[in-house]
Design a protein around this ligand. Sequence first.
Ligand code: ZN
Length: 432
Amino acid sequence: MQEFDCRQDLGFLPKAEIHRRQTALFNAHLRHLRNDSPYYREALAKFPDREYSLEELQDFPITDKSDFTNFGQQFIAVPREQIADLGFTSGTTGMPCQIAYTKRDLARLAYSDATGFLSAGMKPGDRVLLTCTMDRCFIAGLAYFSGVMAMGATGIRNGLNTVESHAEILMRLKPEGIVGVPSFLARLVRYLESNHLDCRSVRTAMCIGEPLRRSDLTLTELGEQLNSYWPGAAHSTYAASETQSSFAECAECAGGHAAADLVIPEILDQNGNRLPNGEIGEIVLTPLQVEGLPLLRFRTGDMGFLIPDDCACGRNTPRLGPIVGRKAQLLKVHGTSIYPATFTATLDDLPGVEEYYLEITGAELSDEVTVCVARDPAHPELTEKALQERIATRARVKPRVRLVSLEEARLHVYGRSRKPTRFFDLRNRKQP
Ligand SMILES: [Zn+2]
């Protein structure tokens, strides 16, 4: 087995060569699933043991979160003594699922993130401030730190600390890179500006867990705020913990690339058929080279699209556009199908909105949306009625709006999970 080496970005190989390598890795992956994963030994029993082309991937069964919940341990494909780390995925719906990582899986994650950081413009020797948690059974923080080390940069693990604490580190250590949730980074930037602190050393801000761009690739207000303080720094990423796969924007900032030898993305329609590039559907990922918990065609529940044309950066890997919503979160409000992102996009862009979350109530086919907003006291014009009208302009439906205190909003958004949670499904029905 080859070592992972982020110094050589395989995305620049010719398409035919990437295809050849992925085909070999896909077949090795299938053999591992068949031989070592109790779940897939059964799921793949009717598929003859032969070499398959990448095009045949779409004939294989799909795995989703409910399979994971129901058959958890049966997905683990290595003996216990090879498991170096156990974590849980943080889904916004459903039960947390256990994931087993071998040492090589951890090296693979480091390679995955290092490749993304380098393509976004980070460099060996950079100092990178990490504003996300390293522990609590989440893999992301560890993966970012390992990625920083793998590319020859220096990690500063300040974790889930206060804005004031991060600002002090920025002033003292002048890091060139920062990794964090964009809404938090934007708050950090606002703090720096309002306190007249000049911390302009950051060239690359890797934004995790929240969208930074709209589906036409333009920056959201959060992204604009980051770039106005750190010009051109904001880069969007997408990761799906279960699949141990990540996508990161290159310098072109027009969709995220993944390492060419780590994952095959597909976009599927509601019936499980593959959609052409450019069309919005569910993101389904087949990670390659995973040992501990290998998966085949995993439904992420996230809705997105692959960008059809080649990237100007010269990489020949597919690019994933911004996430437009979660499948499980498709709402039906007064007969209109709508993703929560439609509401959140308006709020992200609205000056004076400090924090917000959505509460969804209602019966099976008729959802009620309550948007809870904490406003900046300097913006008294943002009344409940004014907010409702602003949201309705874009969303076409009028949600209920309730003003809440900043404390209450933060408790909801940051109190439950590694990722900020702004969507609370209080509907009285079984979760998908
Ligand atoms: Zn590119």
